[in-house]
Design a binder for this molecule. Sequence first.
Ligand code: TYD
Length: 205
Amino acid sequence: MFVTFEGIDGSGKSTQASRLYECLSGIFGKDMVLLTREPGGWSCGDMLRGLLLHHEWRSWSEFFLFMADRYEHVHEQIMPALSNGLVVICERYIDSTLAYQGWGRGLPIEEMERLFSLMSLPVPDLTILLDIPIKTAMDRIRSRRAPDRLEEEEFLGRVRCGYRHIFERNPQRIRCVSSDKDKDEVFTEIFRLVEAFMDESRRRR
Ligand code: TYD
C-alpha cells in the first residue's frame, strides 16, 4: 500500500506521517512499513534537497530537479519497498509538484502529468491532504524557524488553491482532512480513513 501526505508548509504532514508510521509499525511490524519523504528521501537526497531549497531556481530547472529527486527516490526506495509488500508512507509526492510548480509557479499541469506517466511513476493508493488556512500555517512556520524561499504567503495561497483543485479532480484517491485543530483529533480522523481504505481493499481482493 502506497500512502502519501500532502499539504502546504506548516500543515502538519511530518507529525501526522510519523504518527501513522508508529501506528502501522505496531500493527504490521517496523520492517513492514517505510516512512520516507520528498525531496531528499534517498541516498544522495540530502544534497539535492539542500540545492533545491536554498537556491533561487528558474521554474523549469526547479521542476526538473524535483523530478530527478523523485525518479531516484522511486527506484531506490519506493518501488523496492512496494514489491516486498511494505506499506510506504511518503511525505509529499506528485501532487506537491502539481500544486507548487503548477499552481504556484504557473507551469502547465497537463504536460507535467504526461511526464509523470511517461516516467511510469507509481500512483499512490491513498493520499491524505492536510488543509489549513494560510495564516495558521505561516504562524506555525514562523514559530519554528525563518521561512524558506518556497514559503511566502501569496505563493502558498496559490498552492493551497491548487491542492483544492487536485483534490476535486481525484476524489477516489485523495481524502482531505482539516488540520486546523488538535493534533490528536487530526490523527484520529486520518487513522479512520486509512482503516476504511484497508478494509475496502481487503473486501475487493
Ligand atoms: P518539506 O519537506 O515539506 O519542507 P520542510 O520540511 O522544510 O518544511 O518540503 C520542502 C519544500 O519543497 C516545500 O516548500 C514544498 C517544496 N516542493 C515542491 O515545490 N515541489 C515538489 O515536487 C516537492 C516534493 C516539494
